[in-house]
Design a protein around this ligand. Sequence first.
Ligand code: FAD
Ligand code: UDP
Length: 389
Amino acid sequence: MTHTFDALVVGAGFAGAVAARELAERGGKRVLVLERRPHVGGNAYDCQDEAGVLIHQYGPHIFHTNNPRVFEYLSRFTQWRDYQHRVIANLPDGKGGRMTFPVPFNLTSLETAYGPERGRALGGKLMDRYGAETKVTILDLRQSGDEEIRQVADYVYEHVFVHYTMKQWGQTPEEIDPNTTARVPVFLSRDDRYFQDAYQGMPLEGYTALFDRMLDHPNITVELGQDALKRLGLSGGTIRVDGEPFSGPVIYTGQADELFAFRFGPLPYRTLDFRFETLPQDDFQGYGTVNYTVDEDFTRITEFKHLTGQRKPGVTTIVREYSRAYTGAPEETPYYAILNPANNAQYSRYQAEAEQYPNLHLLGRLAEYKYYNMDAIVARALELADQLI
Ligand code: FAD
Ligand code: UDP
């Protein structure tokens, strides 16, 4: 049997879809895409729920990037709805009620926490020390030699970071990779957007429509509901597909440990339980996402209509996210790699194993065991295509 394709892509998320399109279009290759799920899009997949509300089945996805190549590339497959993500923290006010302030913690948050006058004075002091419009990570702020600044740092640590991080990771901010909390630094600004990237928005007709267009190419065949591991064989530096040696590029975007039958042990991940709820009202929370930074068992609530701009009176759908350790059970999805020196070293063993196969390319958040945003994955996929074509 000879294969009817020149390149194999495993997974139809951003990594797989961009790589497939590039190899098909720019490389002129016939590409077979195998996707285990019954749909394309990976974790960015969206669809309408029973009430007709457009939801993100695997959690809220907001596109943002500073990379013009990535933005221009995706703009071939979608128009954009201008959307600037804003998040508020919702927490007990210590007096029996609740309070809210913008996250990332900023000058406005400071005034809510400390009152206008004291908040402004503290903001002035922080700006004198770090500069206006700058971002300071919570771990850096806690290292300050100034007593007053350290008190602010402790406040932010206690009210924004420590409990949320314990819920999300089961560990404290000191125990997890410092780049993780650095994603949400204290921002000495009035800008209350979650991201400051030059390009931000939501695909006008949703992510799935974007993927459908990206994968719609005469050289691309997508097979859904296909576990590639049942069709791939790796041994002695040779990859077999459906029993026959295959020497074309194989771009694998699934878990690296699974590809090699967990021979160096399962890589640790966090998974999420998403609890969706549809409510008979126009608007539930006024914001796309509200972070419950101190109490509750879930980390955050997202209300999709704010993200997507969908107009649908009298009904809205929200999702609560509950994080826990990934056990490898078949119904679980490994959403977040747990980055630390031991786990990274374990991953490196899988990576070294993959390097024994010259035509195998590990690409994506799972396959590379990294905390990548969508834009970073698109950039990586474009770079890999540059190399391969
Ligand atoms: P995935 O999307 O995971 O795609 C991998 C695909 O491979 C999956 O469809 C899987 O089914 C398939 N697959 C795996 N193994 C096999 C196999 N053996 N055979 C066949 N198919 C297989 N990024 C942002 O930029 N902005 C956000 O707001 C944002 N929010 C997020 C919220 C959550 C809760 C999570 C978990 C992630 C978020 N991300 C966000 C990150 C974003 O999801 C990833 O960057 C992106 O999905 C990575 O794409 P990928 O192709 O590497 O992986
Ligand atoms: N974080 C936090 N409180 C918040 C928001 C974020 O402690 O209100 C920490 C937490 O450790 C989280 C990390 O910062 O995992 C990164 O947050 P981000 O919103 O980027 O996470 P994601 O959307 O990728 O889950």
